[in-house]
Design a protein around this ligand. Structure first.
Ligand SMILES: N[C@@H](CCC(=O)N[C@@H](CS)C(=O)NCC(=O)O)C(=O)O
Length: 221
């Protein structure tokens, strides 16, 4: 009988992207929490000549991250992080129980659908990045994002409740998805204030910022 080998465990994964990217950081957090050694290969998707041709081969939509493990190529952070969790040893980053796993997937969708577009782009980029470039924020966009941010933090605080991590006693991909997004969002003073008003979320944030993986993937480090 042939025992199926765990996929190409000896190959060192390659992660293509830039360390300032939210989604690249999510993938890095997953790799580091699993204890997987990997290479971060820099790609500048905003280069003057556009997305490098070699990167388009890896990611037809021209985004980051892209991932390779031996001859297995993958893009989309949700697929990458789930693959990393399932293909490597190390602590499980996805709950087994159906309802808890569904909650994790719901939080990941909230992160993709509301936190990233509204709290990172609608608030952080509009209020912080644009002001660094001496550009005026789009007030209508900021106002809309502010409303979504309030709902989002209320929802997340409710889901967290008395738990240590978003899905219970163990760190999961839900925490790893939110962490880099909230990190950018908290540069905006009014969002910092909103977080303070949700004490349990503030406590969760302290736990997130204490993670070695979080500290090691800060874009300044
Ligand atoms: N759905 C993609 C989103 C990745 C994404 O939006 N990455 C950003 C960097 S954080 C990017 O490549 N932005 C460049 C662009 O949108 O042109 C995923 O889950 O990997």
């Amino acid at each position: 009988m042939t025992v199926p080998a765990r996929p190409m465990e000896t190959e060192r994964p390659q992660l293509y992207g830039a360390n300032h990217s939210v989604y690249v950081r999510i993938a890095r957090l997953a790799l580091q929490e699993k204890g997987v050694a990997y290479d971060l290969v820099p790609v500048d998707i905003f280069a003057e000549d556009g997305v490098p041709a070699a990167h388009r081969q890896r990611h037809p939509f021209g985004k980051i991250p892209a991932f390779e493990h031996g001859d297995f190529r993958l893009y989309e952070t949700g697929a990458i992080t789930r693959y990393v969790d399932e293909a490597f040893d190390g602590p499980a980053l996805q709950p087994v129980e159906a309802k808890t796993r569904a909650r994790m997937n719901q939080i990941i969708s909230i992160a993709d659908g509301y936190v990233y577009p509204q709290m990172v782009w609608g608030l952080y980029v509009e209020c912080i990045e644009k002001s660094k470039r001496e550009e005026a924020p789009d007030e209508a966009r900021v106002e809309n994002a502010r409303g979504v941010a309030r709902i989002t933090l209320d929802v997340l605080a409710g889901m967290l409740s008395e738990q240590r991590w978003m899905c219970g006693d163990t760190l999961t991909l839900a925490d790893l998805y939110l962490a880099p997004m909230i990190d950018y969002a908290l540069e905006v003073p009014e969002l910092r204030q909103m977080l303070v008003e949700h004490r349990k979320l503030g406590d969760w944030w302290q736990r997130v910022t204490a993670l070695e993986s979080f500290r090691e993937t800060q874009s300044s480090s």
